[in-house]
Design a protein around this ligand. Structure first.
Ligand SMILES: Nc1ncnc2c1ncn2[C@@H]1O[C@H](COP(=O)(O)OP(=O)(O)OP(=O)(O)O)[C@@H](O)[C@H]1O
Length: 582
């Protein structure tokens, strides 16, 4: 509710008008049995045709007016609910953009997708129903009871007993199903994860003939969701039969009592019809109320899940200093060199349970240096470079860019100064130019071609229909792996960054292109500080300095020649790729 109320306040006109119109409709509905009673007792019983016609016309008028009020109420309720849904989705999207990488890792992409789609839809339809029914249904239930009292007190006492009993049943079902709905949504998350994994990895699944296993796993998850839905359905399915049985028992009691009272001349037939009518109205409204409660229960469970994301405060505080100014103000050392990146005794742990991904790393990269980072899989190479644009915060120590702790720099200016090409080439639907504009919004075609040339992508882009306007499909599936990588490198170069990080981003390139790429980068921007992460010794061997990582520790630092002479880990990596005899 905490997240819903402020949004609903913005649409208070619709949120107030919808229940009000429903209330007027309910009022008209409550008058109908009274008119029917008069029509029977005064019109039909006394054979007054004119009165019958007059009252029938009044009934028709009430029906038409009720319909009009109902449609207007539906309109306002739907409008408020849709606006709320749209705004919730927007807020979630904005929050997801704000959260740190660790927080995103903690939630996981799949649950975030379910929360932004299915959960928001549930909340939206819950709110729609609440606006229409939360005043109307109780009003009819209690109004009908009061009307019954005005007709006949002993008959009305039956209402007074039936309604709380039914209320208790509904309340019990509500309490029992609320936690179960949360479990159902959790199972939906699992299905979502499984679906996404399967769709994105379909080629690998087929290549490894894992279709049957995957089908099996999916079936298990689906069965778990089904079982959970059946459990909750069994309990909530009791709602209608139980309430019907109770109301019908009350109707039986009512007929029994009233038959005697009609015989005794205390009640007229029309009044009995009105009482039965009120009982039926109560039945219909209680069923609606029960369904409303089920829907609201579900919507509340979903709104809690949405609120859980919205209430998270980003654990990464933005700094206040501008990176460009810090860089301009930096004083060169005695050798005339400026520090670009410095790791001061840095350790990183992704979460409390796991071990350290990086332990006590210290090194300095000077402006214009090319730093190679090499190590086995999982040795911490990506973790190390991810700390420079502050994708994660260090657990201990300090990462400084241009001499200043990255935590003191504004994230925007820090990331604007860094071009990063990630291991997995992510491109977006749109033209090649659209993708390159991510690096520089107002770039012209000369800038595009310059970046493409350095990234060794010019030749293949020229062959594509429409060249810069060539349309990339989802995940750029109409490009090869190497073409995608070169385009992501060009996109990073568009920024003209001070620091360029290539995180294993030349792995799909052949050795000649990889070498040409490194030379072109060096020639195009002499002052650029370049980090090249790779498992290939050939990609890093010409770096000014190579950092060797092993199990999160910095086990070597030096030039290729120094490391080849003294460093066991580097020797192992190098000779595994270039055997000595070769
Ligand atoms: N987001 C994350 N959450 C938790 N643990 C992580 C995360 N990213 C990496 N790790 C862990 O940190 C360690 C170092 O991973 P990292 O990706 O930095 O290695 P790497 O040297 O780049 O490996 P590779 O060459 O295979 O890409 C690994 O044990 C990995 O499981």
């Amino acid at each position: 509710m905490k997240v819903l109320l402020p949004i609903l306040k913005k649409y208070r006109r619709e949120a107030v008008l919808a229940p009000l119109f429903k209330l007027v409709e309910a009022l008209l509905e409550l008058i109908v049995p009274l008119i029917m009673a008069r029509l029977i007792d005064r019109g039909i019983a006394m054979g007054d045709r004119g009165y019958v016609l007059q009252q029938s016309a009044l009934l028709l008028l009430l029906g038409a007016a009720g319909l009009g009020f109902s449609i207007t109420a539906q309109y306002f309720a739907a409008k408020a609910a849709m606006r709320l849904g749209g705004e919730l989705r927007h807020q979630l999207f904005t929050k997801v953009q704000e959260l740190s990488f660790s927080q995103l890792d903690l939630f996981g992409a799949d649950t975030l997708i379910t929360r932004m789609t299915s959960d928001v839809n549930q909340v939206q339809s819950g709110v729609n129903m609440v606006l229409r029914l939360f005043l109307r249904s109780p009003f009819i239930v209690f109004g009908a009871m009061i009307m019954a009292f005005t007709i006949d007190v002993p008959s009305a006492l039956i209402f007074a007993v039936a309604i709380p009993v039914i209320g208790a049943v509904v309340f019990w079902i509500l309490l029992t199903t609320l936690p179960l709905y949360k479990k159902v949504q959790g199972r939906l998350d699992e299905i979502m994860t499984s679906t996404r994994e399967n769709l994105t990895g379909v080629r690998v699944i087929r290549a490894f003939c894992q279709e049957e296993n995957e089908r099996q796993r999916y079936a298990e998850r689906n069965a778990a969701l089904f079982a959970e839905q059946i459990r909750v359905g069994r309990i909530s399915g009791l709602m209608n039969p139980l309430t019907y049985v109770l109301i019908n028992l009350a109707i039986v009691a009512l007929i029994q009592t009233d038959a005697v009272r009609v015989n005794a001349g205390i009640l007229a037939t029309g009044q009995v019809v009105a009482l039965l009518n009120y009982m039926s109205q109560i039945l219909v409204e209680l069923i609606k109320l029960a369904n409303l409660i089920i829907q609201v229960t579900r919507a509340m469970a979903c709104s809690d899940r949405v609120a859980a994301v919205l209430e998270v405060r980003c654990d990464m505080q933005d700094g206040s200093e501008d990176t460009a100014q810090v860089f301009a103000g930096e004083v060169a050392d005695a050798n005339g060199r400026k520090k670009a990146v410095e790791f001061r005794d840095v350790s990183l742990r992704y979460d409390a349970e796991s071990g350290e991904a990086l332990s006590h790393i210290s090194f300095t990269a000077y402006a214009g240096d090319t730093i190679g980072i090499i190590g086995g899989t999982g040795s911490g190479k990506s973790s190390l470079v991810n700390l420079i644009p502050r994708f994660y915060d260090v657990t201990a120590g300090e990462v400084a860019v241009f001499g200043e702790d990255v935590r003191k720099l504004t994230l925007e200016s820090l990331r604007a100064a860094i071009g990063i090409v990630l291991q997995k080439a992510e491109l977006f639907q749109g033209s090649i130019a659209d993708n390159l504009r991510w690096g520089k919004e107002d770039a012209d075609s000369a800038a595009f071609w310059e970046a493409l040339t350095v990234a060794q992508a010019k030749e293949y882009v020229e062959t594509k229909p429409g060249t810069l306007d060539f349309h990339l499909e989802q995940n750029a599936r109409n490009l090869s792996g190497g073409q995608k990588q070169r385009l992501t490198i060009a996109r990073a170069l568009m920024k003209k960054p001070e620091i360029l990080i290539l995180d294993d981003s030349a792995s799909a390139l052949d050795f000649a292109t990889d070498a040409a790429l490194r030379t072109a980068i060096r020639e195009s921007a002499k002052d650029i500080t370049c980090f090249i992460v790779s498992q290939r010794a050939a990609s890093v061997q010409y770096a000014d300095r190579i950092l060797v990582l092993d199990n999160g520790q910095l086990v070597g630092s030096g030039t290729h020649e120094e490391l080849l002479r003294d460093n066991r880990v580097y020797q192992e990596i190098y000779y595994s790729q270039f055997p000595k005899e070769a």
